[in-house]
Design a binder for this molecule. Structure first.
Ligand SMILES: C[S@@+](CC[C@H](N)C(=O)[O-])C[C@H]1O[C@@H](n2cnc3c(N)ncnc32)[C@H](O)[C@@H]1O
Length: 290
């Protein structure tokens, strides 16, 4: 196996933007000096303020795009519609839009797959972009729909599971399957024929459905933890079409997710260029020959 230091730097390094680095310094300090309850309160309040600011900025850019840049309007409208249904914010939705658009334009064969669905916003984005571009791909949405499993020791560094994330534990981020179905079929009017909702732990479901999924054009991984990310890569990466896409939503925010990706790529001896989404996620294209 290649050692981490001998591996191409674009696989193991990730440069955060200045605002994110500043926020990280503040959160790290708060984590060290504040009691747990106060830190959780600060983190929650910060997220709520960020949410309002993001919403406001999005409305403003939508308003100005209508006047000057008609091409951007479609994308911004989708982001605006789906923002309440994702934890990833506008940048995760934007990256998902871009990746699926390239996959469609390049005619990459295969399904759209999201593992770690939450409320379903990014999954819905994948299917809506694809549909708007005239494609009829199958969307697979895999999740426990009962929230996160327990993290393992591989998820932690110095007692923390990641950067810019609040304390997470078993059962958190649970969104029932019915809520996701409602978004997908009622709010987004996607066809039941084109969407497969797979309920259960990745470790139980993916070995069973990977054959049915077949080729994958875009694989979006958002399961936060080491074991969850590792399991998805082990079961689904080989199915990703050459020049197909893998999005790792938690790469620079959850230590375990980054570790799972790095170990997997080291074992595969595969070089990939990670493209940051600007908020901690990355995406890359599977090499044509891998
Ligand atoms: C951060 S949320 C997903 C957020 C979502 N993609 C979005 O756009 O907001 C993480 C999700 O991963 C799921 N999850 C994590 N590990 C899992 C596992 N091993 N099996 C099944 N679901 C898992 C959780 O239930 C949760 O819905």
């Amino acid at each position: 196996m290649l050692s981490k230091s001998s591996y191409p730097s674009n696989v193991v390094s990730y440069k955060r933007s200045l605002p994110v680095r500043l926020a990280k310094v503040v959160l790290d300090l708060a984590h060290r000096v504040l009691p747990h309850g106060a830190y959780t309160f600060l983190y929650g309040s910060g997220r709520r303020i960020l949410w309002v600011v993001q919403r406001l900025l999005l409305k403003m850019s939508l308003f100005s795009a209508v006047a000057v840049n008609k091409e951007k309007v479609g994308k911004l409208r989708l982001i605006d519609k789906l923002l309440p249904f994702t934890m990833g914010g506008p940048l995760a939705l934007s990256a998902t839009f871009d990746v699926v658009t390239i996959a469609e334009k390049d005619g990459i064969p295969g399904a759209l797959v999201e593992c770690g669905v939450g409320k379903g916003g990014c999954g819905a984005m994948m299917a809506l972009v694809s549909k708007e571009l005239g494609s009829k791909r199958i969307l697979w949405l895999c999740d426990s729909y009962e929230g996160l499993p327990e993290p393992t020791e591989e998820d932690f560094r110095n007692g923390k599971a990641g950067e810019m994330i609040g304390p997470l534990s078993k059962g958190m981020l649970a969104h029932p399957m019915e809520q996701v179905s409602n978004l997908i079929f009622n709010e987004c009017c996607l066809s039941k024929e084109n969407v497969k909702i797979v309920k259960g732990w990745f470790q139980d479901t993916l070995p069973l459905v990977r054959k049915d999924i077949g080729a994958i054009a875009v694989l979006r991984l958002d399961g936060d933890w080491y074991e969850s990310t590792k399991c998805c890569l082990e079961n689904l990466y080989d199915g990703v079409s050459p020049r197909g896409f893998v999005i790792i939503d938690d790469y620079a925010t959850c230590y375990g997710a980054e570790r799972a990706v790095t170990e997997f790529m080291l074992n595969k001896r595969t070089e990939v260029a990670l493209i940051p989404d600007g908020r901690g996620g990355v995406w890359f294209r599977k090499p044509a020959s891998a």
